[in-house]
Design a protein around this ligand. Sequence first.
Ligand code: G3P
Ligand code: CA
Length: 267
Amino acid sequence: LAEISSDNAQVRALNISHRGASGYVPEHTFLAYELGNSMNGDYIEIDLQMTKDGELIALHDETIDRTTDKKGLVKNLTLKEIKKLDAGSWFNEDYPDKKNTVFTGLQIPTLREVLSRFGSNSKFFIETKSPEVYPGMEEKLIDILNEYNLTGAQPFGNVIVQSFSAESLRKIHQMDDSIPLVQLLSYYAPAVITDQEVRKIKEYAVGVGLHYTAVSPGYIQKVTGSGLMIFPYTVNEKEDMKMLLEWGVSGMFTNYPDRLDEVIQMS
Ligand code: G3P
Ligand code: CA
């Protein structure tokens, strides 16, 4: 497994299974996470939403519309209602070439279930999604990480928390400054970052994440030269992976961790 030492020096680029090995099986299911691990993914990426009754679940969207058999906002549904959903059949309909009957009826996992199942031999790259919609999300996350002994004395980097919301990350940093944080950034054009922006991010985060098409060698040099790590998302083609590795990224998110593993092994 890739290592991050306490001074952030990396042995090699990190392979992050984006929503699990979601290019092959339905995203954010146990199957996706298992497959990501078996394909040599170093981290399982988990997006968090929160149910009406305050349970953190692994789901990308604020609604259940795209990836289940029903419609609605997660914040209006209880965990019991969420657990009744079929989170696999949509994949068979959308990707008939990858169809498998075992996907039918797969459940949306809670964060606790994921940590129970994978906690001792996996690393997690957890995203607080839409934190403005879910007051208290950060507190819940830290409580759960503590429950599973994944903060404090944990080997550095077993859990990394990421968010597009600087406010959410700052909140987490204030509650527990031992958790490495990654600031996700949105760019509509080639990415540019000022010294001041880098300084601000460094107050609470160890790295940044951004869409891989916005990345340039100059941007990577500036960010890594300042001591921040950089994780482009979501990189699915080997040519792009190879180029980004050559440019010196710290790791990347991919729906195809097997492809990234091959590229890393060859580099
Ligand atoms: O977390 C990195 C990347 O996953 C951000 O985009 O929309 O896939 O969560 P999204
Ligand atoms: Ca994400």
